[in-house]
Design a protein around this ligand. Structure first.
Ligand code: DGL
Length: 272
């Protein structure tokens, strides 16, 4: 594996771009390949088994592109597949999303922490192990948000409908004394301004993307795989409609040209 090889990043749609943007900023010399599996979104309403199969196929496709490290920029896919792909490819470096309960529990003064995520993320053993390891003495309110990923994909980042949904979920959590809120789905940072407006200044909102970028940086340096100089690049792939990615790419300051269409055929993904 060589330092000039690309980093692969994937999610079910545009959510993982919130992680990719932070990685790009932290590692400007790296070549980043981003895949959004819009053909199968939302992952959060599917079984972990199904998401695991998609994730395994995406990993194969990214490895075929020569990726030196793969970031599963999706909490649901990390819950479903991180352990399995690490076992299947022990030589490959994987970084996944883990709900940031640890910093939330450490910083909470009320000892009431909220976590918003997809239903599937809460069902995974990863979430259970995070609670066991980091939530002793803290009350963790788990709140799945059905429909929020779809609203975000539709570009409704600040619509009355999205605000209504979020208020319905967040206001009861606030009433219970939550002072830390963990965004455990990579789509949710896209509605962070709205979430912060609802929660007010008393609540700290935690997005683990910067910690993930630091972890990527640390692992690359440790293995002598960091691209040391020159301009990096950013290439997006989608199994859905390329035009649908453009608004979020622009919002996050990522290149919005040359989005390539990737095809699924009999459970096999090919990135052009
Ligand atoms: N961004 C994915 C996550 O972090 C969204 C999952 C979905 O497609 O429902 O969980």
């Amino acid at each position: 594996m060589v330092a000039r090889a690309p980093i692969g990043i994937f999610d079910s749609g545009v959510g993982g771009l919130t992680v990719a943007a932070v990685i790009k900023q932290a590692l400007p010399s790296e070549r980043l390949l981003y895949f959004g599996d819009a053909a199968h979104i939302p992952y959060g309403d599917r079984s972990l088994r199904e998401v695991r199969a998609f994730s395994a196929a995406i990993v194969r496709a990214l490895l075929a592109k020569g990726c030196k490290l793969i970031v599963i920029a999706c909490n649901t896919a990390s819950a479903a597949a991180l352990r399995h792909v690490r076992e299947a490819y022990p030589m490959v470096v994987f970084v996944g999303m883990e709900p940031a309960v640890k910093p939330a529990a450490e910083r909470s003064r009320s000892h009431v922490v909220g976590v918003i995520a997809t239903q599937a993320t809460f069902q995974g053993e990863l979430f259970e192990s995070v609670l066991e390891r980091f939530a002793q003495g803290t009350r963790v309110i788990e709140r799945p948000c059905p429909g929020l990923v779809q609203a975000i994909e539709a570009g409704e980042l600040d619509s009355p409908g999205t605000e209504r949904m979020l208020r319905r979920w967040l206001e009861p959590m606030l009433a219970e004394g939550m002072d830390e809120l963990v965004l455990a789905c990579t789509h949710y940072p896209l509605v962070r301004p709205l979430i912060e407006r609802i929660c007010g200044l008393e609540v700290e909102v935690i997005d683990p993307a910067p910690a993930v970028a630091r972890q990527v940086m640390r692992l690359l340096h440790e293995r002598g795989l960091a691209a040391s100089e020159g301009n990096g690049s950013f290439q997006s792939f989608t199994s859905g409609e390329p035009a649908q990615m453009v608004p979020v790419l622009r919002l996050l300051g990522l290149p919005d040209d040359g989005i390539a269409r990737a095809l699924w055929e009999n459970g096999v993904l090919t990135l052009p």
